[in-house]
Design a protein around this ligand. Structure first.
Ligand code: BTN
Length: 323
C-alpha cells in the first residue's frame, strides 16, 4: 500500500477521530515528513483533513469522487498500461467490457461505473447497483488458459477484494464459496466472471471478471427484499473512498492473476472460507440437501458430506450453497 493510500485507510478507519503523526509514521513505516507530504497530497485530491500539532490529523470529509484520475492517484504508478474508463451509468459493466473485447480491446481494460441499470449476478440473478454507493467494476483479460480454469479468476478476485476491503476498512472479510464476500454476516460483494471461447485456437478469446462491492449503505437502506441478506462496508454518512477501494482491488488482483497456475490465491481463499466445517444447504434447482462443508481443492471444488454419509466434490456450475 502506498503511503497516501495507507494514510487515508488509517484516517477512514478512525472515522473523524485524530490519529497522531507519530502513530501514522510508525504504522506506515515512514518519516513524519512523509506523512505530512501524503496529507498534502490527499488534500490536493479534495480530502478535507484537519491538522493539530498536539493531536495529529483527522479526516473531516472525503470527496469520494470516482474518476480515472482519483483511481490512478491511488494506483500510484501501478499498472501504467491499464486502460481505465469510468462511466456515469451503464446497463452492466461486464456487458460493456464484452462489447469492447469483441472490438479487440486489450487485456487490462478496466470499466468502472457509478451505477448499473442491469447489473448481473450468477445464476441469472441481478446485482443491485445504485448510484455512487458501490463499486461496479469489470476487468477485461485475455488469459492463455482453458475454459475450466476461469473459476480461478473468480477465486483470485475474491481474495483480492477481501484483502482490499480489510486494507481500507476495519472489517473482516470472509469468502463464501464460490464468489461472494461477506462482512458481519452479510453479502457485500459478488463476482461474476464471463468468458468467450475461440474454437479455432481451442482456448479463451477473453474473460471479463466483474466485481460489485456495496461500499456505503444507500440512503434509506437496501430494498426490503435484500436488506436481510445484503450489507455495505460503511454506514450511510460515514467517510469512504471508492477510488481507493478500486485501486487496492486492482493492485492485489493482478499479481494473483499472473500466478493463477501456481494457485497463489488458494491458501488465503481457503483460510477465508466461511463454509468450511459448517453445516450447509446444497441447492440444485428445486432440490436442497443438508451437508457439511469439508474442504476446497486446487480447482476450487468444494467437498461436502451429505447426511446420508455420501461425500461429493461440488463444482460451482448451477449450484448454490447456503449456510
Ligand atoms: C453475484 O452476486 O452473483 C455476482 C455479482 C457481480 C456483480 C458485478 S458488478 C460489476 C459487474 N457487472 C455486472 O453486471 N456484474 C458484475
Amino acid at each position: 500500500m502506498s503511503i497516501k493510500s495507507g494514510l487515508l485507510a488509517a484516517l477512514i478507519k478512525n472515522q473523524g477521530n485524530y490519529v497522531s503523526g507519530e502513530a501514522l509514521s510508525k504504522k506506515l513505516f515512514c518519516s513524519r515528513n512523509a506523512v505530512w507530504k501524503a496529507v498534502k497530497s490527499l488534500k490536493d485530491s479534495g480530502f478535507e483533513i484537519e491538522s493539530s500539532t498536539k493531536r495529529g490529523y483527522r479526516l473531516i470529509s472525503a470527496p469520494d469522487a470516482l474518476s480515472v484520475d482519483t483511481v490512478k492517484s491511488f494506483l500510484d504508478g501501478f499498472g501504467e498500461a491499464l486502460e481505465i474508463q469510468v462511466l456515469d451509468t451503464v446497463t452492466s459493466t461486464n456487458d460493456y467490457a464484452k462489447e469492447l473485447a469483441a472490438k479487440g480491446a486489450k487485456e487490462g481494460t478496466v470499466i468502472i461505473a457509478q451505477s448499473q441499470t442491469g447489473g448481473k449476478g450468477r445464476l441469472s440473478r441481478s446485482f443491485y447497483s445504485p448510484d455512487k454507493t458501490g463499486v461496479y467494476l469489470s476487468i477485461l483479460l485475455r488469459p492463455n488458459i482453458p475454459l475450466s480454469e476461469c473459476l480461478m479468476i473468480t477465486s483470485s478476485a475474491a481474495v483480492a477484494v477481501a484483502q482490499a476491503i480489510e486494507a481500507v476498512s476495519d472489517k473482516k472479510a470472509l469468502i463464501k464459496w464460490v464468489n461472494d464476500i461477506f462482512v458481519d454476516g452479510k453479502k457485500v460483494c459478488g463476482i461474476l466472471t464471463e468468458a468467450s471461447t475461440d474454437i479455432e485456437v481451442g482456448g479463451l478469446s477473453y474473460a471479463v471478471v466483474g466485481i460489485g462491492v456495496n461500499v456505503t449503505e444507500p440512503d434509506g437502506g437496501f430494498p426490503d427484499d435484500l436488506k436481510d441478506i445484503v450489507g455495505a462496508l460503511f454506514k450511510s454518512g460515514e467517510k469512504a473512498s471508492r477510488a481507493q477501494l478500486v485501486s487496492e482491488i486492482i493492485k492485489r488482483f493482478f499479481p494473483l492473476y499472473r500466478n493463477l497456475s501456481a494457485r497463489a490465491f488458494l491458501k488465503e481463499y481457503t483460510d477465508r472460507s466461511m463454509l468450511l466445517g459448517k453445516s450447509v444447504r446444497v441447492i440444485n434447482g428445486d432440490i436442497s440437501a443438508r451437508a457439511t462443508a469439508l474442504e476446497i481443492d486446487r480447482d476450487c471444488r468444494l467437498k461436502v458430506r451429505f447426511e446420508s454419509g455420501e461425500e461429493k466434490w461440488l463444482s460451482s456450475g448451477e449450484l448454490s450453497v447456503k449456510l
